[in-house]
Design a protein around this ligand. Structure first.
Ligand code: ZN
Length: 279
């Protein structure tokens, strides 16, 4: 799933490509693609694209004070649409602009979960953005401390991925951030020392910076396999810092990767939470 850096760079690319164009139409292509009834998408027709924005893992096309808010989920893509074919593969919605350009939302998954919301005014306190934690980009150390204190205690890896705690980080970056911070992914957030919180903050900044720099150098959004990293999906490879083998804790939906020497004092982590879900 794309995370903050991929979406941020993509918003910048789309803004450069289509900013200032006038919207001539919006067409959902499935019954579930458009998640809102009001305001009607047609209300935004005739307005110019003022900017492509990002909050957390959401992209937003802003027309005046109103926005199309888009979530790509796992396999969604929002790309300029040169062909504009009648039935594009995986097509969910299309925006057309005066002058002939278009944007197409697709999702290559059996179960379509990506979606579009039309939101009037400030989107921060409305669905689907309401309840999101502070954005991880430009998060101050103080804001991280507050977010940690305000949220129930949980494993750091889970906290980083919890969009209500802080917004924008997913499975890949949470493993990378824990490794860079030299913290066990299973450390309880309320047990973090001041020094550990500072390391965590520095690691969030550094990992987002690296990924953003990589992503800004591309023409299109990277696939997961293309993204650089040190630990995520690298089980068995050598840790770039100490040479120990990168390890993995596997869950149904995702994998946590870590280096035992750098992060857990050599202790091998085993999942102890799934058994209760196996009833
Ligand atoms: Zn290591």
């Amino acid at each position: 799933m794309p995370e903050l850096p991929e979406l941020q760079a993509h918003a910048e690319r789309l803004g450069d490509a289509l900013g200032g164009r006038t919207l001539s139409g919006f067409r959902p292509m499935t019954f579930t693609a458009l998640k809102t009834v009001l305001p009607a998408p047609d209300d935004l027709v005739g307005r110019t694209l003022a900017g492509v924005e990002r909050i957390g893992k959401y992209l937003m096309l802003r027309f005046g004070d109103d926005r199309f808010v888009i979530h790509l989920m796992q396999g969604g893509r929002l790309e300029p649409d040169a062909k504009q074919s009648a039935k594009p593969r995986g097509g969910l919605a299309r925006w057309t602009f005066d002058g002939g350009s278009a944007l197409l939302l697709t999702e290559m998954a059996k179960e379509k979960r990506a979606g579009v919301w039309v939101v009037a005014g400030d989107p921060a306190d409305q669905p689907p953005l309401e309840g999101l934690g502070p954005d991880a980009l430009d998060l101050t150390a103080e804001a991280l401390r507050t977010a940690l204190a305000n949220h129930k205690s949980m494993r750091v890896h889970g906290f980083l991925r919890d969009q209500r705690a802080i917004a924008g980080i997913g499975r890949r970056l949470s493993s990378e951030i824990c490794w860079r911070a030299r913290l066990s992914p299973f450390t309880s957030t309320h047990k973090l020392t001041d020094a550990e919180i500072d390391r965590l903050h520095g690691a969030i900044d550094a990992c987002l910076d690296d990924a953003l720099n990589f992503e800004r150098g591309r023409d299109t959004m990277s696939s997961t396999a293309e993204r650089p990293g040190s630990v995520y999906k690298r089980a068995g490879e050598a840790c770039p810092v100490c040479g120990d083998a990168i390890r993995a804790v596997e869950y149904n939906a995702y994998t946590v990767n870590y280096c035992a020497t750098c992060q857990t004092g050599g202790r091998i982590l085993a999942d102890n939470t799934t058994s209760k879900f196996l009833k």
